[in-house]
Design a protein around this ligand. Structure first.
Ligand SMILES: [Zn+2]
Length: 267
């Protein structure tokens, strides 16, 4: 998908931005990461996936609802991936300050609706903190869409083990990259990599890397390779189905953020 044709905030004039704000447009902030993704995927994986899903969601929507996409924040909180060359990260305080400042800029341009489109697991905490603060201090509606938290239909055939443990660089991310940026995937280096989470599931009741009782982890805790999951099982066909599925969910999030009656929020 050619991302040039997306409705980028920065391509408009100040006057045009004011007019969109007056129409109640949704400001969309893509958030991702530049971080190690093992030997088979590039550092930009989360960024490419985020823009790919936005492009596919945009294609599903017509002219309405009015929306603008802010310049992507593609370096955020990747502290769990430090120790591997190539990972870029902001300290959580810096990332939160950046989100806060961008939110203030959006609000002072006259917008009341902001949608955070996040494609990196490590950013969920700053999204929650920034969203509430912008609601409290700016009266903004801040909605959050994290593709990786959306449920997957059974007919995609992704094993439960992979969905639970293939958290980073596994079948799902690799498949979407095969669909979105095949030239950047080194499929010959894609492996089936076990996660500490699977070992824990044999001995502990509920404690796991992600779930109802979770612990903070470094990528190298899950596997010294820095990735987990069955990347070798990824196919372009699965990637296209995943992009379509998540894009549908993202298009709904954009429509809902636009359709939300702001009068329902307390003054
Ligand atoms: Zn990723």
């Amino acid at each position: 998908m050619d991302t040039e044709s997306l409705p980028w905030w920065q391509t408009l004039t100040s006057r045009e931005i004011a007019a969109r704000a007056g129409r109640g447009a949704v400001a969309i902030l893509p958030l991702s990461a530049i971080e190690q993704h093992g030997p088979h995927l590039p550092l930009e994986t989360d960024h490419r996936i985020g823009l790919g899903l936005l492009g596919a969601a945009h294609a599903r929507l017509g002219e309405e609802p009015a929306r603008l996409i802010l310049p992507p924040m593609c370096v955020a909180t990747s502290n769990e991936h430090t120790g591997f060359p190539g990972t870029l990260t902001l300290r959580p305080e810096t990332a939160l300050d950046t989100l806060r400042d961008l939110g203030h800029s959006v609000a002072s341009s006259g917008f009341r609706r902001l949608l955070l489109v996040n494609s990196h697991g490590g950013n969920t905490a700053i999204c929650d903190l920034a969203a509430l603060e912008l609601r409290q201090q700016q009266g903004l509606l801040v909605a959050k869409h994290h593709y990786f938290l959306q449920p997957l239909p059974d007919d995609l055939g992704i094993p439960a083990r992979e969905q639970r443990h293939g958290l980073h660089g596994g079948q799902i991310e690799t498949a979407m990259m095969l669909a979105l940026a095949p030239d950047r995937v080194h499929l010959d280096a894609a492996a089936n990599t076990a996660s500490l989470g699977e070992t824990l599931a044999d001995t502990l009741e509920h404690l796991e890397p992600e779930g109802r009782v979770a612990f903070a982890w470094m990528a190298r805790d899950l596997n010294p390779a820095g990735v987990v999951g069955n990347a070798g099982a990824a196919t372009e066909k699965l990637g296209r189905a995943l992009v379509a599925h998540y894009a549908e969910s993202l298009a709904a999030a954009i429509r809902d953020t636009a359709g939300f009656d702001l009068g329902q929020l307390a003054p």
